[in-house]
Design a binder for this molecule. Structure first.
Ligand code: SAM
Ligand code: SF4
Ligand code: SF4
Length: 338
């Protein structure tokens, strides 16, 4: 279909599009949306500011022509956006989208899994930081137990959204002692966990390096109980380092964005709920695509805008991270997704 790749200043192609469909969330994970900041009076984006499903799909169509093959729906919490399955159906129908996935906290997933699968969602990643209720309750900031999330995961499995990935952010002194238990549970249920180093995303979580558990440490913790060998990436630019259990039963991954950054392979562009194109998880801001989507611009004009944005991209935040960069102004994670 004549798709042509575009490259940034560091020669990285545009391959992945992560679409945040809402800035709202039913959780208040302190590392992402601390409850004391996102309280009852917090003003989320008004509905009219959100890109419509048609606008999002138009961006996907254009992005595919520029080489994007992978699309991930995220948030905020994507399942709080009404009728999200309609958007999934619209994106699944775009010729050239080879991989369509979603990241969710799964609180609402049991009622959605089959609808999402039927609409064309291929894969799902569920965020679940710990199986231990007291820890999970703290880490979701709402006091919710794991029960509904586990129901959601079960429903996704039954709907055939497999294999399911489980994301867990690891914070020292908070949930690091439950990592092996989560790995074990995933192993026996056929899920693939990915342990994520706690990152200094946004400006609100008061991140400190001492709270990070390095990926190597996580790997050793798991390997002591379940011997595993490293395996290569499934595709170029895969963010997780993967390990396959020697008994042949499954694998786990670690995302080492702090201790071993992987900017050199980063082919991801993010689209915020109000239509900003953001070229790095740690970017200060994004470029407003909504104005072009709403001012009568043609697809070619919008395509040129994206070519321009990507062509100027020089982000490699994680490779440059220092005490200084941590204090920089940054887009918040709940706004642009993981
Ligand atoms: N609400 C959905 C969820 O939690 O799965 C999707 C959006 S959430 C922003 C996407 C991912 O970012 C989640 O897996 C979450 O754990 C991760 N995340 C959020 N803040 C983080 C941080 N400070 N460090 C590392 N990962 C983080
Ligand atoms: Fe919500 Fe996901 Fe952020 Fe937690 S990590 S507050 S579930 S957006
Ligand atoms: Fe990509 Fe930015 Fe993360 Fe580096 S820091 S891997 S450029 S999103």
């Amino acid at each position: 279909m004549g798709n042509s790749l575009i490259f940034d200043t560091l020669n990285r192609p545009l391959r992945d599009l992560r679409i945040s469909v809402t800035d709202r969330c039913n959780f208040r994970c302190p590392y992402c949306m601390p409850a004391e900041i996102f309280g009852d009076r917090y003003e989320f984006l008004p509905r009219a500011d959100l890109l419509t499903f048609e606008e999002i799909t138009r961006v996907v169509n254009i992005a595919v022509e520029l080489g994007v093959t992978k699309v991930r729906i995220t948030g905020g919490e994507p399942l709080v956006r009404q009728n999200i399955e309609e958007l999934i159906g619209m994106i699944a129908a775009v010729d050239g989208v080879e991989d369509l996935a979603m990241t969710t906290n799964a609180y609402l997933l049991s009622g959605y899994a089959q609808k999402l699968k039927d609409a064309g969602l291929q894969r799902i990643t569920v965020s679940l930081d710990s199986l231990e209720d007291d820890i999970f309750q703290k880490m979701n900031g709402r006091g919710f137990s794991t029960a509904r999330v586990l129901d959601g995961i079960k429903a996704a499995k039954e709907a055939g959204l497999q294999p399911i990935k489980i994301n867990a952010v690891v914070q020292k002194g908070v949930n690091n002692h439950t990592v092996v238990g989560l790995a074990e549970w995933c192993k026996s249920n056929g899920h693939t966990p990915r342990f994520i180093e706690y990152m200094d995303v946004g400006t609100l979580n008061d991140w400190k390096l001492e709270q990070v558990v390095a990926a190597d440490e996580i790997v050793e913790l798991i390997r002591q109980k379940f011997p595993a060998d490293p395996v290569g990436p499934t595709y170029p630019g895969e963010v997780a380092k993967r390990y396959r259990y020697k008994d042949g039963e499954g694998e786990f991954g670690v995302i080492s964005s702090v201790s071993q950054p992987f900017c050199g392979d980063c082919s991801r562009m993010r689209l915020s709920p109000e239509g900003k194109a953001v070229t790095c998880l740690f970017a200060e801001s994004g470029t407003d695509l909504r104005k072009w989507l709403r001012n009568g611009s043609t697809d070619d004009e919008i395509k040129d805008a994206i070519i321009g944005i990507w062509g100027e991209r020089e982000d490699r935040y994680s490779e440059e991270r220092s005490e200084e960069t941590v204090k920089r102004k940054k887009v918040e994670m709940y706004h642009i997704g993981g």
